[in-house]
Design a protein around this ligand. Structure first.
Ligand code: S3P
Length: 439
């Protein structure tokens, strides 16, 4: 994909449904009683992987574009899959489904694409094994393919034992895997994480009828607890727009001269909205309109205007609330005046690519001054970026962040392997184009 600099961006847009919430709607709907009706579901490849896996386990799921109906089979109604569950590129599918599969009286195998099968799974194997699950990394490297063997006393309930687990990383995927296994465990299951990661599982499982509670401790650590239950109940869910997708358009409007865009119905759950506070710290002109509450998930329309940005330090507890937006923040930092330091973000190394490396490589290809560090990067901004050739390495967030960089750079940019945007944002390039045509 070749991208030319943009003169101006303007117009209104809706970004697709939130990826994290879309996955969870299907998963929780599948193990509930009744039919869960979902609107504004994200039709990205990752969420379609979740649908594919649950269909393979006998769950009837109807899809008409972004409207989904999940005919739940109850907590104990999943069927043994006839073949390997193909999780594609999706870490969320893999880790969350492992929590559910740990409590099932049948054996299953999970495998994904080359990137997925190199991502660390010990982080879920460890707590789930402590709960009594029998999980094996088939190549013995702590990664997928994973085999989750039927619990020894297959068919008996509860299959697992509740634990109190302290996770080393603030990861919603780890937390969610343990909480989901907790539905099938005896006694209470608790997960403590070093900082609060996105809390959609806690909010949504409660709506589906689970007994979930949570607590932030004085030192900033966070504990979520769940009790086993006999039934979950189908819900009607309108998925809010994905702030991680909105981030590209927020940055584009801030960086391209004379721009003004309105992004409607964006989820602004504080555990996800770190990008907004960083933008504000950088001097961004963003106005919140039409604030709303959508089943416990706050939403707003975001009016974004071109702004002169300055460097900031991004560190500590805010990191989990913007972890997926760091490539985009790094690009904004390259255009901002002064120095930006990003730290405490070593989790970037285990995303779809090592995003410390792929972000650094992309920024350097466009002439930015960036130094990668063990847990982030240092960017000395303010000098104009030039067009270049940026390889996404099949990482959707790298492809989109550098497409935005290209709009604000001098000269044309080629994004290699750009089709991977379909993982979380099918149609991304068309929307980017339309905002320029309206200008
Ligand atoms: C997600 C959690 C985050 C995030 C990912 C989606 C989720 O991963 O990066 O894109 O839906 O739970 P980690 O749990 O590994 O931080």
């Amino acid at each position: 994909m070749e991208i030319k600099p943009a003169k101006r961006l303007c117009g209104k847009l809706h970004v697709p449904g939130d990826k994290s919430i879309s996955h969870r709607c299907v998963m929780f709907g599948a193990i509930s009683e009744g039919t869960t009706e979902i609107t504004n579901f994200l039709e990205g490849a990752d969420c379609l992987s979740t649908i594919r896996c649950f269909r393979e386990m006998g769950v009837e799921i109807e899809q008409t574009s972004s409207q989904i109906q999940v005919h739940g089979r109850g907590l104990h109604g999943l069927r043994a899959p006839m073949k390997t569950l193909d999780v594609g590129n999706s870490g969320t599918t893999t880790r969350l489904i492992s929590g559910v599969l740990s409590g099932q009286p049948f054996c299953s195998v999970l495998s994904g694409d080359d990137s997925l099968n190199t991502r660390p799974m010990k982080r879920i194997i460890e707590p789930l094994s402590l709960m009594g699950a029998d999980i094996e990394s088939l190549h013995g490297n702590g990664c997928a393919p994973l085999r989750i063997n039927a619990h020894l006393q297959a068919g008996t309930f509860p299959a697992l034992t509740g634990i109190s687990y302290h996770s080393k990383v603030a990861s919603a995927q780890v937390k969610s895997a343990v909480l989901l296994a907790g539905l099938y465990a005896e006694g209470m299951t608790q997960v403590t994480e070093p900082a609060l990661s996105r809390n959609h599982t806690e909010l949504m499982l409660k709506e589906f009828g689970a007994d979930v509670s949570s607590h932030i401790h004085k030192d900033g650590t966070y504990t979520a607890s769940i009790l086993p239950c006999t039934k979950l109940f189908a819900q009607k869910i309108r998925v809010p727009g994905d702030i991680s997708s909105a981030a590209y358009f927020i940055a584009a409007a801030l960086l391209v001269p004379d721009s003004e865009i309105l992004i409607q119905n964006v989820g602004i759950n504080p555990t996800r909205a770190g990008i907004l506070s960083v933008c504000q710290d950088m001097g961004a002109d963003i106005t919140y309109l039409n604030r709303n509450d959508n089943g416990g998930e706050p939403t707003a329309d975001l009016l974004v205007r071109t702004s002169r940005l300055h460097g900031v330090t991004v560190e500590g507890e805010v990191i989990p609330a913007l972890i997926d937006e760091i490539p985009m923040i790094a690009v904004m930092a390259a255009f901002a005046d002064g120095k930006t330091v990003i730290k405490d973000a070593s989790e970037l190394k285990v995303k779809e690519t090592d995003r410390i490396l792929t972000t650094t490589e992309g920024l350097r290809a466009m002439g930015a001054d960036v130094i990668p560090t063990g847990d982030g990067m240092i960017i000395c901004g303010g000098r104009p970026l030039h067009g270049g050739c940026v390889d996404s390495h099949l990482d959707h967030r790298i492809a989109m962040a550098f497409s935005v960089a290209a709009l604000a750079a001098e000269g044309n940019t080629v994004i290699q392997n750009s089709q991977c945007v379909d993982i979380s944002y099918p149609g991304f390039f068309d929307v980017l184009q339309k905002l320029q045509e309206k200008a």
